[in-house]
Design a protein around this ligand. Structure first.
Ligand SMILES: [Fe+2]
Ligand SMILES: [Fe+2]
Length: 237
């Protein structure tokens, strides 16, 4: 079964039928809900399918949120002197660099931020978001350096992980609730749709047909390695 984004996009556009939710799933765990029935073939007031550049970016935020969870658990283990498999942290920082910093954030920096600046909208927010991308890259460099050093400085590593999580939770929340909703209003319908395709093409060029699904599977493996893969464990008892 091909679970590629383009296929899903095409399918959702043309079919609107039952079963689209089955196109993603498998080992990806909770993320299987990304194509849940509420988006199948539904159209908004302008008659546009509800698969858009904003949805693509928000799904990528879902991957980011799961890496933040891995960072949280890593910091907790490091603070408590529990065993911490450093290769998990190296993988998590590697996924952040590859999928979020060098791809997702580049899309924001090249396609969203300049359009807001040009439109003179949310200029201050865009400026903060841009500087946080820079700071995030610096922190990721440091996580990678610390996690691979011979004598791991657990205290410094905890500080850097916590700083990254503290910055990125509000960062992605602000993008989801303010920047992305506003984006649709500053571009034409045609431009918006073309950008969706451009995002897909970039993803496929960088990561192949299954870039998003592979990233979800990667982070699911990290959760498994740290014992935080069972979603039900987060439900209060
Ligand atoms: Fe961002
Ligand atoms: Fe983002």
């Amino acid at each position: 079964m091909d679970r590629g984004n383009r296929q899903r996009r095409t399918f959702l556009r043309s079919a609107g039928s039952l079963g689209a939710g089955l196109l993603v799933g498998g080992c990806a765990g909770p993320s299987a809900s990304i194509a849940s029935p509420h988006v199948q073939g539904r159209k908004d007031a302008q008659g546009e399918p509800e698969v858009s550049p904003a949805e693509d970016l928000m799904r990528e935020h879902g991957v980011l949120s799961r890496v933040l969870l891995v960072y949280d658990e890593s910091a907790r283990r490091l603070e408590s002197t529990e065993d911490m498999p450093m290769d998990v942290l190296t993988s998590a920082a590697g996924l952040l660099r590859r999928f979020i910093e060098d791809y997702h954030e580049k899309l924001e920096e090249e396609h969203l931020f300049p359009r807001f600046m040009q439109a003179g909208k949310l200029v201050e927010l865009v400026s903060v978001l841009r500087s946080q991308h820079e700071e995030g890259r610096r922190l990721t460099d440091e996580v990678r350096r610390l996690a691979t050093s011979k004598e791991v400085d657990r205290g410094r590593l905890v500080t850097v992980l916590r700083q990254f999580v503290r910055m990125y939770r509000p960062h992605e929340a602000r993008e989801d609730t303010v920047l992305f909703p506003a984006f649709r209003s500053i571009v034409s319908k045609d431009e918006y749709e073309a950008l969706g395709e451009a995002f897909e093409d970039r993803e496929h060029a960088l990561f192949g047909e299954h870039g998003f699904e592979d990233a979800v599977a990667d982070v699911a493996r990290m959760e498994q390695a740290l014992g935080i893969h069972d979603l039900a464990m987060f439900t209060p008892r």
